[in-house]
Design a protein around this ligand. Structure first.
Ligand SMILES: [Fe+2]
Length: 391
């Protein structure tokens, strides 16, 4: 059945290629500004990756006015405020984020105050607070997971209240996303696996969500196919550039898909786990995805059955129920394969979640914005059963 109405708005230009970060300056010409501020992290800087990008841009006549390397594991309000202040003081006219989800989200959110002034939390929390485009914003992802280079959402951690603040606005979408598999080569197996499973969760939740659309479904299916083809390879052999490229593309497509159709109960649980216990987002999603699929099974089984062959399951002669079970089994099998590579936990207790926190996690999940898009109502007592199964 087709949706009564939907829209697909994707203004971010995506470019892909090995070694592209050394040679993308000409792509910035049409953005009309010359002075950029770079946000990244210490690890990437110590690997010499930022220097390469700077050299390429400076040789093409651009100026890097300053750099910020102190984004914490979860992008915090304080980090966002520091970026906007330092970028403004440096005389920058645009922002370049080089990093994973935290760096990208922090820079994305910093663009509010950098471009428009005001106070991040008071003026821009929530959805659609902007009336015009922000200053130029370029993203070079170094993980293949969040797809944040292709989304209109920034998740920022409120340290004082132990909660994630969501900012969403079509004007947050970057102008340019540079996908270069060389940039993800040094990502260790643990982060490769968990961020890749985050991308898989985006694709599956977007595919079955109440706001899905034919455009979102197409991108989700393509992302899932790439992830099942490339995630184990990329985790096993970090310098397999084809696998790295496949995962970057998959995460990007999944990002575009969920930027339009949002996510569901798995992310609601993962946000609660992350807020209360500091388990990284990708790890929480990786563990919880098959359990969230179980929670949604009765209302999603036709769609899970459609995904089963995309995940490599043979569905010939199988009923809808059997094929749908096959999709969940395929996700579990992928998790076990990554676990066998010592890259990922498959149980909450192995990720360091205290058992006594499960009821609070279930409660917090019911207050998360993602439940609005879940195809089944998220009820604390019922989700707790699945959290216990995941323990
Ligand atoms: Fe996610």
């Amino acid at each position: 059945m087709l949706p009564e109405f939907y829209q697909f708005h994707h203004p971010t230009k995506v470019i892909y290629g090995e070694g592209l970060v050394n040679d993308f300056a000409h792509e910035l010409e049409e953005l009309g500004v010359k002075n950029y501020f770079i946000v990244s992290d210490q690890v990437l800087s110590s690997l010499g990756l930022i220097e390469q990008i700077k050299t390429g841009l400076e040789e093409a006549g651009f100026t890097i006015t300053g750099e910020f390397y102190d984004v914490p594991q979860d992008a915090s309000v304080e980090a966002v405020e520091s970026i906007s202040r330092q970028a403004t003081d440096s005389g920058a006219e645009g922002l370049i984020a080089v990093g994973g989800g935290s760096v990208i989200d922090a820079t994305k959110a910093a663009n509010f105050v950098f471009s428009e002034g005001g106070d991040l939390v008071a003026d821009y929390s929530g959805a659609s607070t902007l009336t015009k485009p922000l200053k130029p914003f370029i993203v070079i992802p170094t993980t293949a997971g969040t797809g944040s280079e292709n989304t209109l959402i920034a998740m920022i951690y409120d340290v004082a209240n132990k909660t994630k603040l969501a900012f969403s606005d079509k004007f947050l979408l970057p102008d340019l996303a540079v996908l270069d598999p060389v940039m993800t080569q040094s990502l260790p197996p643990g982060l490769t696996a968990s961020t890749g499973m985050d991308a898989l969760t985006h694709a599956v939740e977007s595919y079955v969500g109440v706001d899905t659309s034919p455009h979102s479904e197409a991108l989700a299916v393509a992302a899932i196919r790439h992830i099942f083809k490339y995630l184990v390879r990329a985790t096993q052999k970090g310098d397999d550039l084809e696998a790295r490229g496949g995962m970057l593309i998959a995460a990007n497509m999944a990002g575009s898909s969920f930027s339009h159709s949002m996510v569901g109960c798995v992310h609601a649980m993962a946000h609660a786990v992350g807020g209360l216990t500091r388990v990284p987002h990708g790890v929480a999603n990786a563990i919880l995805l098959p359990h969230g699929m179980e929670y949604n099974f009765e209302v999603c089984k036709e769609k899970f059955a459609e995904l089963a062959p995309v995940m490599g399951e043979n569905v010939t002669g199988k009923s809808i129920d059997e094929a749908a079970r096959g999709a969940i089994a395929a996700v579990r099998r992928l998790g076990r394969q990554l676990n066998a590579l010592n890259a990922m936990a498959v149980r909450l207790k192995d990720a360091g979640v205290p058992e006594e926190s499960l009821p609070a996690i279930a409660e917090a999940a019911t207050e998360d914005g993602a439940i609005v898009y879940n195809p089944r109502e998220v009820v604390a007592e019922e989700i707790l059963v699945h959290l216990k199964n995941a323990y």
